[in-house]
Design a protein. Structure first.
Length: 126
């Protein structure tokens, strides 16, 4: 019997187009506090998102601002919102309730990176 998984599972890497690799590295590393891994030619930069790599891709800059939304899961959305705001991250709105589930509430807050790529923080609050 074949026990191999059929279908997709764990995400290994996400590519995000950016227009200026240095500006984006500074934003993701210094303002968002993400763990910088390495840079590679041609103008690629990699970050660790708790085991999933985020690749910033300057060669794909024509698609900057047209990507899917990346949601970063955080344990305390209010504290993260305050910390990121203090680092100069400009949010579209304060954290807000998105949905009430039977055992928790889902909270989110959205912001844009320097290339207008939509990002969000999210938290499941008990």
């Amino acid at each position: 019997m074949n026990t191999e998984q059929k279908g997709l599972g764990l995400i290994g890497q996400i590519a995000l187009p950016v227009t200026n690799i240095e500006q984006s590295v500074n934003y993701y590393r210094d303002q968002l506090g993400m763990k910088f891994l390495f840079k590679a030619p041609p103008n690629l930069a990699f970050f660790d998102c708790n085991g999933i790599r985020l690749m910033l891709d300057e060669p794909a800059k024509a698609n900057a601002g047209k990507s899917s939304i990346i949601y970063f899961s955080v344990s305390d959305i209010q504290a993260t919102f305050k910390s990121l705001s203090n680092n100069g991250v400009s949010f579209n709105q304060k954290p807000h309730l998105v949905a009430k589930m039977p055992d928790h509430e889902l909270w989110m807050a959205f912001f844009l990176d320097p290339d207008n790529n939509q990002l969000a923080i999210m938290s499941e609050v008990c």
